[in-house]
Ligand binder design. Structure first.
Ligand SMILES: [Fe+2]
Length: 357
């Protein structure tokens, strides 16, 4: 891929890419996941699931979140994407060095259904009517300047053709999100209902649906409303959805004007050059992510199937690549880097079942 000329302040981002991110709130980086991770992590997907790839009657869930067994530093998994992420964030020094700084095999699979595959494309649900638009924000008190989910990333481990269940992005939905957050300096606590942030999506006009080749990465501003779309093709669409977290809240009042692209998106959507008056009126809070529990509940079953599959090939548990078989230290590192040492939010409890999206 040939990049357009870079702007002086960016090391890895072409000027056209910076402009695209500002204008649309997202950026596609084609063919950037190192093939070795796609090959190795996808190799035991069906063993972990316990489904038969050739028999769709065994695909018992339309939508399916899996836990991690491996995680690798983000710059190793998709180096070119990482370079652009760093530029969008305004430099690596602004990025949290631990939380979600790894990319893993915690796949999200959209299988679709036979019924959807047999439906007429003219009956597809219009994008703005799709349920479930949201921002990824289930583990912190959310303010306009919160940078805990600075970026939502979509790592594509399979091709995603048209009508193949690619994520829907609501580009003109950012404006309503930032206005709502500006009007609520007290912050929003999880669980976030649709009416918190994304009711306006129904009246939005600019939607993009993710279409991809395996190996592509999409970089989404954390305040870009998005939703899963139906997979009308009834195949296993596989992605992961990690995030980038910053060390400090956004600074929306930089006298030198040196705003990151993340901050510029917020200012632009509020029609402002700076927002000196914005101050959170409550303390910042962070909790254990309520959405992770039901995925962790799947670890044991997956491990059993991975070990049984190894045994069938004359191998033992030591040959199974899982952080859960590498001792307490590996498990602790996983917990630390995924927010699992934070307190549980008593007000929301934990999700113990697969949610629909
Ligand atoms: Fe999401």
């Amino acid at each position: 891929m040939t990049d357009a000329p870079r702007h002086g302040r960016y090391e890895n981002l072409a000027l056209s890419e910076a402009e695209h991110f500002l204008e649309h709130g997202w950026l596609k980086v084609p063919n950037t996941i190192e093939p070795e991770y796609i090959t190795s992590w996808m190799s035991d997907l069906w063993v972990r699931l316990g489904f038969d790839p050739e028999d769709k009657s065994t695909w018992t869930s339309e939508y399916y979140h899996m836990p991690h067994h491996r995680q690798v530093r983000a710059e190793l998994v998709a180096p070119r994407a990482w370079g652009k992420i760093v530029d969008i964030c305004g430099g690596e020094q602004r990025i949290d060095p631990e939380r979600e700084r790894w990319i893993g095999d915690n796949f999200i699979i959209n299988f679709g259904t036979q019924e959807r595959a047999q439906s007429d494309p003219t009956d597809d649900v219009p994008l703005h009517d799709k349920e479930g638009f949201h921002c990824d924000n289930d583990w912190y008190r959310m303010f306009l300047d919160s940078s805990s989910t600075a970026l939502t990333l979509v790592y594509c481990f399979t091709d995603i053709p048209p009508r193949g269940g690619g994520t829907i992005l609501c580009e003109d939905g950012i404006e309503g999100v930032v206005k709502h957050l500006y009007d609520h300096p007290e912050g929003l606590d999880p669980p976030h209902e649709l009416e918190d942030l994304c009711t306006h999506v129904k009246t939005c006009k600019r939607f993009t649906t993710v279409e991809a080749k395996k190996g592509d990465v999409f970089i989404l501003h954390g305040l870009l409303p998005h939703s899963n779309n139906y997979n009308y093709l009834h195949y296993a669409r596989v992605i992961t959805n990690p995030h980038v977290n910053l060390r400090e809240p956004y600074n929306l009042n930089r006298p030198d004007g040196d705003y990151s692209l993340l901050e510029q998106v917020i200012l632009r959507n509020l029609g402002r050059d700076s927002i000196p008056e914005f101050k959170p009126t409550r303390e910042r809070k962070f909790w254990y992510s309520r959405n992770i529990t039901f995925k962790l509940n799947r670890v044991e079953g997956e491990l059993e199937r991975m070990i049984a599959a190894a045994k069938a090939r004359g191998l033992g548990p030591k040959d199974v690549d899982s952080l859960y078989l590498r001792g307490e230290e590996a498990v602790e590192e996983f917990k630390r880097t995924n927010g699992l040492l934070l307190p549980v939010n008593e007000a929301t409890g934990l999700h113990t079942e697969q949610h629909p999206a």
